[in-house]
Design a protein around this ligand. Sequence first.
Ligand SMILES: Cc1cc2nc3c(=O)[nH]c(=O)nc-3n(C[C@H](O)[C@H](O)[C@H](O)COP(=O)(O)O)c2cc1C
Length: 487
Amino acid sequence: MTHFPTIIQGGMGTGVSSWRLAHAVSELGQLGVVSGTALDQILARRLQDGDAGGHMRRALDHFPVSAMAERVWQAYFIPGGKADTDPYKSVPMPVRESPRELLELTVVANFVEVWLAREGHANPVGINYLEKIQVPHLPSLYGALLAGVGYVIVGAGIPLKIPEALDRLARHEPATYPLNVIGAQEGDETALTFDPSQFIGADPPPLVRPRFLAIVASNVLAASLVKKIKSGLDGFVIEGPTAGGHNAPPRGKMQVDAGGVVVYGERDRVDLEKIRELGLPFWLAGGYGSAEKLREALAQGAAGIQVGTAFAFCAESGLRPDYKRAIIEQVVNGDARVFTDPVASPTNFPFKVARLEGTVSEEGTYLARPRICDLGFLRDAYRTDDGAIGYRCSAEPVNLYVKKGGKPAETVGRKCICNALLATIGQPQRRKGKIEEKGIVTSGDDLVEIGRFVRPDRLEYRAADVLAILLGEALPQPHASGTAAAT
Ligand SMILES: Cc1cc2nc3c(=O)[nH]c(=O)nc-3n(C[C@H](O)[C@H](O)[C@H](O)COP(=O)(O)O)c2cc1C
């Protein structure tokens, strides 16, 4: 019988569900999931911060093509770490035909994250991507496959073409992925392509094709994926609008209440009877972080639950310790507030933001930041007048966005969540030695409930505490095998 996890620790980008968190969860027998978003930047910055503990070096030493790992190391590693006031070196922004330097960094970074999460135990580890961030998909998937990823879990879009890409990349065959280009015309070259043979050499290691789960928020999308994906769709995460991170937009016209918060209605409720009829395992997400909700999910025929918020603030998550502590303090004092912002994210998806002083959740901090776009993960590709592909982001300087054909109204309230999310995991860019990027904390509405994991004597808890409470039983013992991880 196929074995599935009861609890999936949801992928949390960028870098919140880092290898440490996924390792802690998988080692205890549930499914730890690393975020696959922006791993190229994250690895480059960890190396520039001096690779404390030598974890990056250890993983790089297991990458199957040592010359490639070495090039990444040489390009970014700074012994002892860069000075706090120095900026991080820039990494090329993702574009359809990205330079080899970026492709190598992306493959290696995805490998490193999964390899570290798998190190020293024999349980599966997953990786999460946002479909919307399409350009890095193929090199990212390949890097994760090389490290032996067990599950690929994709949300924020329609991941129709991921299964086929996984099939091909697992056989080291060239793969393509359609890039959404606004205004594209018949005959335009828009596909993303990736050929493993240009990276892995003549004797590639055998790879196992991971399971693929799609994150959906509607019956329509679930049914259409089952119909269109002929093979290699292994299940669903059904995510409701209380979940942290990006949420699916409400069905119909986007409505906001008097406080500017996105309103969801009856039409956004997923009919689980219809999901059951599709015949694939599913996990429920969004406010399911308790033993009672787990029991409820199992009673409704789910294989289990996916939980994010409860893990986002535990000791092993990648969130900056000062932000973590401040939010836990808010929760304990009854002051925590989460807001579903309809415009913050340039993706156009509603984005959940926790209120926290000193982050761009505050209007003043947001407005004080000069608009700069230098990471570019959330840029839309569009067809330029001369038929080429251009890239624009509604959070970039307004004049540039409009010059590229964007509408001024689309820029209102947009936040550079690329820079903010990296600042949130302690990798803030510094400009001209003084301006430091400020963070943004995303969380589910369940934030107010995390107080139950905190012990009265210290404002801290671990992933194991979350699992123990969710499972309502004694913690399973870590697997003592010490089995070597990937390669
Ligand atoms: C900090 C944070 C970041 C998240 N980032 C992502 C992400 O990058 N990709 C994704 O598919 N889901 C993301 N999520 C959603 C979680 O994977 C999970 O589905 C959700 O949090 C479950 O609801 P809960 O927060 O009520 O437990 C994020 C959630 C949080 C709290």
